[in-house]
Structure formats: C-alpha cells, structure tokens
Design a binder for this molecule. Structure first.
Ligand SMILES: Cc1cc2nc3c(=O)[nH]c(=O)nc-3n(C[C@H](O)[C@H](O)[C@H](O)COP(=O)(O)O)c2cc1C
Length: 222
C-alpha cells in the first residue's frame, strides 16, 4: 500500500472505498509499543483531532458510543494524576505503589482520560459490553497515535475514585484508562513477546490444535 502524505490525502477528497490510509494498518499494529517516556515537543492540534476522530469511528454495541474523553494539558493536573497511579495486590486490589507509566504522565504534554458512561447498558449474559467498546475505541486511539509518529500507553492501574473526583467525573461514569500522549523519547524495540498462535488458536472445536504451526514466532514480528 503506497503511503501518501496527510496534506495530499485531504486534497484528494476520495470516497470512503477509494481512500487509502496514510500508514498501513498492519504496520501500525506491528510497530505499536507501549511508550512510557516522552520528549518535551508539544502534540499538534491537528494530530490530536485526528486521534479523537479515530476514537469516534470505533464500532460500539448498538452504536451507543459510551466513551467520554477528557483531554488534559494542564501540567499540575497531570502531576496530580500521576501520583494516583499505582499497582495491584494478589487479589487485584489497587495499592498505591509505583506504576511504570507514572513518569510518562508528567512528561507527555497531553493526557487523555478515557471514561465510559455505562448507563445505557445492562450486562448481556453477564458480559459488560461497554468495556469492550472502550477497548476498541482505545485501540483506535493507540494505533492512530502510532500512525502519526506519536506514542502512548494504556494506563489502567490508578485510584479511580480519586481521579474521578479530581476531574469532576460523575459518580455513575467509570474512568477506564489514562493515556499519556506525546513524542517518544526513543524508538522502542520489539517489546514483550507474544504467545505463539498454536497456544491460543483452536481449529473446529475448543482444544483442537494443529500439530505444527507455521507461525510459532514469539516476538512481535508478523
Ligand atoms: C487494560 C490495560 C491496562 C494497562 N495498564 C498499564 C499500567 O497501568 N501501566 C503500564 O505501564 N502499562 C499498562 N498497560 C500496558 C501493558 O503492560 C502492555 O500493553 C503490555 O505489556 C504489552 O506491551 P506493548 O504494549 O509494548 O506491546 C496496560 C495495558 C492494558 C491493555
């Protein structure tokens, strides 16, 4: 897929089906890594808008679009939020220990708090699809950031109640993830390994694996 610059892409005004992405989707998927250190360079408004619009285009159950985003630039608020990130104990309870992304929240010029309004959802066979919708929307956020040369990381471990109060988020709304957004301090390597396909793909029925798997690579390469 040929890459075309953003400005050219806009001028061309192609229809939806003709349109070519500026970065190949598989490139973005393969090269995205969690970025936790950033340089001081500001994030251009145009790029931020493109990322927010990518979130907007995410599919959602019944097209409810439960996501609500708070874009935070204020450095004092970012610092205060970084202090509310933490770790978890064996019972998955939040504990106020250090989080690997704590510093990144202070360094990155933008922090996006992704919230979910679950009021229009009930669990469907005990499945809370609003969290799925947030997962898809935030993947759009992370991949479009990558496509634009920016970095981010899903920060999921924080004191939700305190973050909610700090940002005036209503009590019925969940704060699901925090995303520091900025230019990466350095290019990231392959990152943590992935399970080979044969560990999680079954054929025809649960548990039926292929005897040999052509793709048993553990790394992030395709
Ligand atoms: C729901 C969720 C919560 C996460 N929470 C944190 C977090 O609190 N702090 C952090 O540094 N990384 C967090 N991560 C990032 C993961 O550690 C990371 O995605 C994983 O190790 C794979 O590395 P990669 O993203 O570089 O491929 C989270 C990721 C997800 C999807």
């Amino acid at each position: 897929m040929p890459k075309i610059p953003v400005s050219q892409e806009r001028k061309q005004k192609k229809t939806f089906t003709e349109q070519e992405p500026s970065v190949d989707t598989f490139d973005a998927i393969q090269t995205r890594r969690s970025i936790r250190n950033f340089i001081e360079k500001p994030v251009e408004d145009e790029k931020l808008q493109r990322i927010l619009k990518a979130v907007r285009m995410a599919p959602s159950w019944g097209n409810i679009q439960c996501w609500r985003l708070i874009v935070i630039r204020d450095s004092r608020t970012r610092k205060a939020i970084s202090e509310l990130t933490g770790s978890f104990d064996k019972s998955f309870r939040y504990v106020p220990k250090t989080n690997p992304a704590k510093r990144g929240i202070v360094e990155a010029p933008v922090l996006i708090a992704v919230c979910a309004d679950p009021s229009q959802f009930g669990p469907l066979q005990s499945k809370h699809y609003y969290m799925v919708d947030i997962g898809i929307a935030t993947q759009n956020l992370m991949l479009s950031a990558r496509a634009l040369g920016l970095g981010t990381v899903f920060v999921g471990v924080f004191d939700e109640e305190k973050v909610r109060r700090l940002l005036n988020v209503p009590s019925n709304v969940r704060v699901v993830g925090l995303f520091p957004l900025g230019y990466p301090r350095k290019a990231k390597d392959k990152g943590p390994s992935r399970k080979p396909l044969q560990e999680f793909v079954f054929h025809e029925k649960w548990g039926k694996r292929l005897r040999t798997d052509p793709d048993s690579a553990r790394g992030a390469e395709s």
